[in-house]
Design a protein around this ligand. Structure first.
Ligand code: ADP
Ligand code: 5GP
Length: 210
């Protein structure tokens, strides 16, 4: 008789521009994680594909989903609403498929507090420096200097949430950061030893916030 094995949930959060979407895509491609597709009331970016990157909806539709209690979590981020609907996530986990989330600290807190019966691993991604973050945001949101300014302003507040995550990783070299996350997930799954230095992270946060 085979024993049913549920999927696991992995959450990646970060200050905007640190690279979590890039890392989530890599984890999905290389490790077969299903990316949880969020609903949002913000407008699509030029390179974004509706129903793949996000379900883009208006305020009215979003509020209806709230009223019908369809969200596992939702939050207001940068003046827009973002949320994860419950059914697609639970269906995948029940089938033994893993699900990865690119959500902010408010959503991560809500999912953690639900204490669902599935393994949950949370990661917070940091940039190597504020300069690098500024350059990444500027390259990505080239046309919109206001977005870059707004997200740099939020950085000092966002970064303080690192303390609530299982692991914090620094996204300097992309391949190295990906390997670090991958090995921590593997160690969590197999209950193996974890190569993780929290004091080093604490010092890095001190430098980022001074
Ligand atoms: P987030 O989802 O955290 O807002 P993104 O994944 O969109 O961030 O990354 C922001 C920008 O930085 C993107 O243009 C992405 O291609 C780039 N980027 C991500 N990780 C790295 C890295 N390690 N080195 C250089 N550029 C990166
Ligand atoms: P962006 O607009 O850059 O795609 O995302 C802005 C922020 O919203 C990011 O921090 C991202 O992780 C977060 N976000 C995206 N989807 C969700 C979601 O479903 N729930 C929550 N709480 N945050 C989300």
């Amino acid at each position: 008789m085979s024993i049913k094995k549920d999927g696991i949930m992995v959450i990646l959060s970060s200050p905007s521009g640190a690279g979590k979407t890039t890392l989530v895509n890599l984890l999905s491609k290389n490790k077969n994680f299903n990316i949880s597709i969020s609903h949002t009331t913000r407008k699509p970016r030029i390179n974004e594909i509706p129903d793949k990157d996000y379900y883009f909806v208006d305020n009215e539709k979003f509020k209806k989903l709230i009223k019908n209690e369809e969200f596992l979590e939702y939050a207001k981020v940068f003046n827009h609403l973002y949320g994860t609907t419950r059914t697609p996530v639970i269906e995948k986990l029940e089938k033994g498929e893993n699900v990865i989330f690119d959500i902010d600290w408010q959503g991560a807190d809500q999912i953690k507090n639900k204490r669902l019966n599935y393994k949950l691993i949370t990661f917070f991604v940091l940039p190597p420096s504020k300069n690098v973050l500024f350059n990444r945001l500027s390259n990505r949101d080239m046309k919109d200097k206001l977005i870059v300014e707004e997200r740099m302003k939020e950085f000092s507040r966002d970064v303080l949430h690192w303390i609530n995550y299982d692991y914090v990783v620094i996204n300097d070299d992309l391949d190295e950061c990906y390997s670090k996350i991958n090995s921590l997930i593997e160690a969590e799954i197999s209950n193996g030893s974890k190569d993780y230095d929290k004091d080093y992270i604490r010092r890095h946060v001190d430098i980022l916030t001074c």
